[in-house]
Design a protein around this ligand. Structure first.
Ligand SMILES: [Zn+2]
Length: 372
């Protein structure tokens, strides 16, 4: 998400910022105390409305009313013209974390933290104009579905030997520094959100800089000590995995793999595309495998498989009147990712078969796949 730095900085200059909380300079002591008390109560009320364990990801939207309930504090940004904004308790915890790390010679600073839904919409609009809708779909969070809306997500950057290190690829070159940062997170109620090798669950590649405040050091330790994603801790991992795989498949364009439509007098291109989409929804969950080509077989093969398709039909579902047989070429993952899977690493699999069935007016159902 750091890739958005320049555009975000440019855009944020156009945003209207909420006025800073705080007392006027000329109030007497009593007034100031009253004001402080009112402010304190306001803060407590607002904090009570915030669920620090909230899950916001590609499937879970920011709860309604959240932005109104959010109590933000500001800090002058070292990178942008506008200040950084963070939820009040999360900010206090961050200060303690920063101090703790400084004792070990590690210097962290705040990059991007709170972003409003409206701001995210501006980012989407700006990028759509510049780079097109496909780019936006792939790289920019949908407004309402970014964890940064919560005010509880913080992107850190490093200061190493007095030099600011904030570019993604530069930051990734310092794993030993991040290790020290991550070791201290739980003590202060933070967790690491986008873990290495768990992008199928989180929907995001590894981001050592993106931390999330959950307000409970005890729970944070449970999560961090076991190396869990937040989704796994909340029992949402399976749902997230399935949804991310389906998303990935839906966003995969034909430029990623070739579709050979062959010739058919039964099926249109749309019929075949619909079947390919169902196949790719399954294939998308095959971690590390790359689809190269999907080909329609032929009308006779499809016709002769209707009976077989019905033999695989679930009880109580409508009879299939059509079958489709597709064959695909794909490449298995490299050795590290193939470990523990059924795949030989780095191997081309050819003519792998997929059989689907469809009832009158129904959708394609994927019934079986493999080598016949
Ligand atoms: Zn982030």
């Amino acid at each position: 998400m750091h890739a958005r730095r320049i555009a975000v900085a440019a855009l944020s200059a156009t945003l209207v910022l909420a006025p800073l909380a705080g007392c006027g300079a000329n109030g007497n002591k009593q007034e100031a105390t009253q004001q402080q008390e009112t402010q304190q109560q306001g803060t407590e009320q607002k904090q009570a409305a915030i669920n620090y364990m909230v899950l916001v990801n590609k499937q879970h939207k920011l709860p309604d009313g959240w932005e109104e309930a959010l109590d933000l504090v500001e800090e002058k940004s070292l990178l942008y013209e506008d200040p950084v904004r963070v939820e009040r308790k999360a900010y206090e915890a961050y200060k303690a974390l920063k101090e703790d790390l400084a004792k070990e010679g590690v210097n962290v600073e705040l990059d991007s933290c709170y972003r409003s839904v409206a701001h995210q919409q501006e980012v989407v609009d700006e990028f759509t104009k510049e780079k097109g809708a496909d780019y936006v779909k792939q790289y920019v969070a949908v407004p309402g579905y970014s964890e940064h809306h919560t005010g509880l997500a913080l992107d850190l950057f490093l200061v190493i030997d007095g030099k600011q290190v904030y570019e993604n690829d530069e930051m990734l070159k310092h794993p030993e520094v991040w290790e020290k940062v991550h070791a201290k997170l739980a003590d202060h109620g933070f967790i690491l959100r986008y873990l290495e090798g768990k992008d199928d669950i989180t929907g995001y590649a590894y981001e050592p800089w993106h931390i999330r405040y959950i307000d409970s050091p005890e729970i944070a330790h449970k999560i961090m000590d076991q190396g869990l994603t937040f989704e796994e801790y909340l029992g949402e991992a399976d749902e997230a995995k399935a949804a991310n795989a389906a998303d990935k498949a839906a966003n995969a364009t034909t430029t990623d793999y070739e579709v050979d439509y062959g010739t058919s007098s039964i099926y249109t291109k749309d019929d075949i595309d619909a079947a390919v989409k169902v196949v790719m929804a399954e294939f998308g969950s095959w971690d590390g495998c790359t689809m190269q080509k999907i080909a329609f077989t032929d009308d006779n093969t499809c016709k002769s498989n209707v009976e077989y398709a019905n033999s695989l039909r679930k009880d109580g579902t409508a009879e299939f009147t059509q079958a489709m047989v597709l064959v695909s070429d794909f490449r298995s993952p490299s050795a590290d990712k193939a470990q523990g899977t059924a795949w030989e690493p780095d191997t081309d699999y050819k003519d792998y078969t997929w059989t689907l069935g469809r009832s009158d007016g129904g959708e394609w159902q994927l019934l079986t796949w493999g080598y016949a």
